[in-house]
Design a binder for this molecule. Structure first.
Ligand SMILES: Nc1ncnc2c1ncn2[C@@H]1O[C@H](COP(=O)(O)OP(=O)(O)OP(=O)(O)O)[C@@H](O)[C@H]1O
Ligand SMILES: [Mg+2]
Length: 255
């Protein structure tokens, strides 16, 4: 069975059907792309997968367990982490603090030793800080640890979001436009990081409009258009699919 099974997902917003019977699966360890024109329903689907919004109907199974009715914090504690299309960091906190905040799902911080100021609490903090620093290094922000998130460039903020998601040590990482607004050098760095993460066994589902990034990185791609899956397959198959070409380029049906 696939790590993530998405079955017959429908999501209505009033009279608007943002997702209209979406079915596809993501295998463990793969880098799976989710593409489609603006408004196709990609972010809406990621919101459902991460427990931030329930589907109107349909099921999502993660590691054999139904998660579509679970709240976000429970989905996250099962090993699903995400980044946001509209970056959501703590702007006044440092990079290090943002990453430490992302550790909370896996890190245990017992209150009593902290209240009593025992050395064990200090040692634990030291361990978590070390871990957060190495996560920052993975996204190339090791020299920005003490810099506030609000002072970072746009590309750096996107990388910090990835670091914060990684801090939870997820089994499935959901990325919503991870390289939007980045310089080419940064795009290459993020692509390399994603490859390494997948090599370590992490499963990645990513939304991106940067086609060369998606096509070179993903082993499989699902294409959404108007809330429906119009193609799933290898980059090669999907890029030649007539419905995909039509969705992206538009076809004059009168001709
Ligand atoms: N909270 C909401 N309330 C009403 N309509 C919404 C809401 N969220 C999304 N929509 C609508 O659902 C449709 C899908 O939006 P969604 O943000 O999922 O698209 P997307 O594929 O992520 O697009 P983009 O590539 O521009 O990010 C759009 O028509 C959008 O206007
Ligand atoms: Mg979106």
């Amino acid at each position: 069975m696939a790590l993530l099974e998405i079955r017959s997902i429908i999501r209505m917003f009033g009279g608007l059907c943002a997702l209209n019977g979406v079915d596809f699966s993501v295998e463990e360890g793969e880098i799976h792309g989710l593409i489609g024109p603006n408004g196709a329903g990609k972010t809406t689907l990621l919101n459902i997968l991460s427990g931030m919004a329930p589907p109107s109907s349909g099921q999502v199974q993660f590691a054999g367990r139904d998660i579509h009715a679970l709240p976000a914090y429970q989905v996250a504690s099962l090993g699903v982490a995400r980044t946001f299309q509209n970056i959501r960091l703590f702007p006044a906190m440092t990079c290090l603090e943002n990453v430490i905040a992302g550790q909370h799902l896996t890190a245990s911080r017992p209150l009593l030793p902290r209240l009593l100021q025992l050395p064990s609490a200090w040692r634990l903090d030291h361990e978590y800080e070390k871990d957060a620093r190495s996560t920052l290094a993975r996204v190339g922000l090791e020299n920005r640890a003490r810099v506030r998130a609000q002072s970072l460039s746009y590309g750096e903020r996107r990388r910090l979001e990835i670091a914060r998601a990684l801090a939870a040590r997820p089994r499935l990482l959901l990325l919503d436009e991870p390289v939007a607004g980045m310089r080419q050098g940064e795009v290459t760095q993020v692509a390399e990081l994603i490859r390494i993460l997948a090599g370590e066994g992490m499963t990645i589902l990513l939304i991106e409009h940067n086609m060369s990034f998606v096509m070179t990185l993903c082993s499989r791609i699902t294409v959404l258009n108007f809330g429906q899956v119009i193609a799933t397959g290898t980059p090669d198959t999907v890029s030649r699919h007539p419905h995909v070409i039509e969705a992206y380029l538009g076809v004059d049906k009168s001709s």
